[in-house]
Design a protein around this ligand. Structure first.
Ligand code: ISJ
Length: 301
């Protein structure tokens, strides 16, 4: 157990001139571990935290409105030269993820030419679904973008791609109502390639790292400590979250301990590179063998 005794400044206060770093936070259950830890250690007070959906955070980081943020992997890949990836932390899965899903009322082989609703909150899962459907299943649905409201999505199509809390709700609570089968896209990727899948990385803007390398390292280590503290206190966090999240304690624990993979090590990087290799090219806006700039050692890979 990591002892937390009141406020322990985990991050050195940035200079008044600089202000606090502008840090993004995904407003889904998948990032609750970080939020919990940042609040418990007091690091939250040293950050100007912006809670939002993944696609809006991705755009804000790219536009320079945030300094450090989780970013959807497709957007990261498109802007990899402007960003530095924080190692050892990501939002991914090495097997079923539970919250990045393809829902379909018909067998996947029958989705050729059929409307398929894609959530507007995703940039990566929707691309992964398209990749798997095209190259693994061999079908090309008629994709259209739709806000993440399941009744609206399923009213216009027999199939949909959803992520986050909406996806958890869809598979755990709404499958019978709508009569769809649930296909876990991280599990399909794992079966297809043998690799983990990374949905979002944490990245800092390159010029921000150049100007404030120590601060970025401190935010990074604050994230790692938060994740550790969350794991130490998982029972209490899941009990508290179950009061408002509409999922029971065991489901939440399964989601955090068995489904989500918060690591970014060699295996996860191999999965990330494999995805880039398969979807990269002129249309995607990045090269299949692009360089990934990682924080700290300055190494590129
Ligand atoms: C595991 C998840 O990972 C996410 C999926 C994303 C995407 O598809 O673009 C972006 C950020 C993450 O929130 C999830 O949202 O459920």
């Amino acid at each position: 157990m990591t002892a937390v005794t009141g406020y322990e400044p985990a991050l050195r206060a940035p200079s008044a001139e600089l202000g606090r770093p502008r840090v993004g936070h995904i407003d889904f259950l998948n990032c609750l571990p970080l939020f919990w830890g940042l609040a418990r250690t007091g690091s939250l007070l040293d950050l100007d935290l912006h809670r939002d959906s993944p696609e809006r955070l991705s755009d804000a980081l790219v536009a320079g409105e945030l300094d450090i943020s989780p970013i959807s992997v497709m957007e990261y890949l498109r802007h990899a030269d402007d960003l530095v990836v924080l190692p050892d932390i990501a939002v991914g899965a090495d097997g079923p993820v539970m919250s990045c899903l393809l829902l379909s009322k018909v067998p996947l082989e029958e989705l050729d030419g059929v409307p398929l609703a894609r959530t507007t909150s995703s940039r990566t899962t929707v691309r992964l679904a398209e990749l798997l459907l095209t190259e693994s299943i061999g079908v090309k649905p008629e994709y259209f973008d739709c806000p993440p409201d399941l009744p609206t999505m399923m009213a216009g199509a027999p199939a949909a791609v959803v992520i986050g809390d909406a996806a958890l709700r869809a598979s755990l609570q709404q499958a019978d109502t709508f009569g769809f089968q649930v296909y876990d896209l991280a599990e399909m990727w794992r079966e297809w390639t043998g690799l983990p899948f990374v949905f979002a990385v944490f990245a800092a803007r390159r010029e921000f790292v150049a100007e404030h390398p120590e601060l970025v390292r401190e935010v990074h280590s604050g994230f790692l400590k938060s994740r550790e503290l969350f794991l130490d206190e998982i029972d209490v966090v899941c009990r508290k979250a179950a009061r408002w999240a509409k999922f029971d304690v065991e489901t939440l624990k399964r989601y955090y301990l068995s489904a989500l993979d918060f690591d970014l090590g060699e295996r996860q990087l191999a999965g990330l590179r494999e995805f880039a290799r398969r979807v990269g090219g002129a249309d995607a806006g990045f090269a299949p063998d692009l360089r990934i700039h990682l924080l700290e050692t300055g190494r590129t890979s």
